[in-house]
Design a protein around this ligand. Structure first.
Ligand code: NAG
Length: 442
């Protein structure tokens, strides 16, 4: 199965990708967390408790969107499955420079999304945005994409419009939607070598209509999913290595920035562990085998999960919490309860089933390390500061196991568990490699 998917992906990439960069080098982009002072979403009057709670709320929303998408997909043809993830559950933003001369666009990072888009002139019915709209007439590199092209066909939800242009209509789960034409454009990034790297002929959705819960502070979306037409899949073939990695700084560090690195400069090195990876419905899929609680027993994980064909868990940087199936979660809660002798508490948001009251640092030290063991002997021993979520109450005395129930949705390895890990995606093997890192220093 893995081989079939790999072949299909590389054939698709070979057939469609005409992206070219001036030189086949590496480059990195800053990932701006929505709650960092650099973000236009930064709210200086919010407390860390407000932020933690809001992130749990978004996480629950994101998991529900993923569940709804999986359920819908199982009853109708994949090509009709146009329900996308709720736009406002995003966690990170990144700057895209689109066109010639480049216009800087602050885009929401969409994991599980392929299309990269912005609101364009003329936007007959678009949500109000603070930044200027992208004007195709002012860009010499803008080309509409023929709907007969393979690149157009690679987007589910695309269709032939008048004059054979490639059109899309995406309805997001919460009722938001976008309409427009897919063009190809030049994208410019700063390379580590200094001079900018220009990637030509990258598929780019130009919205003529957009409505719903989009924020006026974001001007587009960067499709960092794993599908053949995502930004990642279009860029990596012209780099020195089909590889990208990211390193997420802990949320408590508001000064340092997280980043995503494309090409060989991002290769994860040191005492690494590697696990096979597949792509399904533009999600990156892993196989979790077992969870081991220090001082207690191990929790086996069924090899398959409803809604996934090739593994049992997706790895996602846009979901804060981890999500596990009901049976696995209840065994995990049982094992953790065995070793933690602290008074139980309740998650104020009602999302995480196991919480404790802590009264000081010595209580925090009673929380165990928990190892997530992925296929291929890839064990990640997660420290209590990462697998438990803190600052959930005023006074900071409630901590919860950062795991929620995936119910009928997909199990998710979320971004809290990935803090201070350098996570590399080798799209050739394909596999994901992890190593502990100080992401602020990377
Ligand atoms: C900022 O945070 C405060 C405190 O949580 C909240 O009352 C307010 O509504 C927030 N403002 C915005 C614009 O989200």
């Amino acid at each position: 199965m893995t081989i079939v998917i790999l072949l299909a992906l590389s054939l698709a990439a070979a057939a469609m990708t005409t992206a070219t960069a001036a030189t086949a080098a590496s480059f990195s982009i800053e990932l701006i967390h929505r709650d960092s002072p650099k973000s236009p979403f930064y709210n200086h009057s919010a407390t860390s408790v407000d932020r933690a709670r809001a992130s749990i709320y978004r996480s629950a929303h994101q998991a529900r969107q993923i569940a709804a998408r999986v359920q819908r997909k199982s009853v109708i043809e994949p090509s009709d499955a146009v329900s996308r993830l709720f736009p406002d559950t995003f966690e990170y933003l990144m700057e895209l420079r689109v066109g010639t001369p480049p216009l800087s666009i602050l885009a929401v990072v969409g994991t599980g999304s392929d299309l990269t888009w912005a609101n364009c002139v003329p936007c007959t019915k678009c949500y109000r945005q603070t930044a200027p709209l992208f004007d195709p007439r002012k860009s010499s590199s803008y080309r509409t994409l023929p709907c007969t092209s393979n690149l157009c066909k690679a987007f589910s939800g695309s269709s032939c419009g008048e004059g054979i242009s490639c059109e899309y209509h995406y309805a997001y789960q919460d009722g938001s939607n976008i309409d427009g034409v897919i063009a190809t454009e030049d994208l410019t990034f700063d390379s580590s070598a200094g001079s900018p790297l220009v990637f030509s002929n990258i598929a780019f959705g130009c919205n003529s209509q957009s409505s719903g819960s989009f924020s006026s502070r974001a001007a587009g979306m960067a499709g960092l999913g794993g599908g053949p037409a995502s930004l990642v899949s279009q860029i990596v073939p012209s780099l020195d290595k089909k590889y990208f990695s990211y390193c997420l700084v802990p949320k408590s560090d508001t000064q340092a920035s997280s980043k995503v690195i494309f090409g060989s400069a991002g290769v994860v090195a040191g005492s690494t562990v590697t696990t096979p990876m597949t792509v399904e419905d533009s999600f990156f899929v892993l196989r979790l085998e077992e969870i081991i609680v220090d001082g207690a027993g191990s929790v086996p994980v069924p090899p398959s999960a409803p809604g996934l064909k090739t593994g049992n868990m997706i790895i996602d940087s846009s979901t804060t919490l981890n999500y596990l199936p009901t049976g696995v979660l209840s065994s995990l809660v049982e094992q953790v309860s065995k070793v933690v002798s602290l008074p139980k508490a309740t998650d104020p948001e009602g999302v995480m089933p196991l919480c404790f009251t802590v009264t000081g640092e010595s209580d925090r030290q009673k929380l165990p390390f928990i190892t997530f063991k992925f296929a291929g002997e890839a064990s990640l021993r997660l420290s209590p500061t990462i697998i438990f979520m803190d600052e959930l109450s005023f006074g900071g005395n409630v901590v919860c196991l950062a795991v929620a129930n995936s119910g009928s949705g997909l199990p998710i390895f979320g971004n809290l568990a990935q803090q201070n890990l350098h996570v590399g995606y080798d799209l050739d093997i394909p596999a994901v490699t992890f190593v502990s890192a100080d992401c602020a220093q990377l």
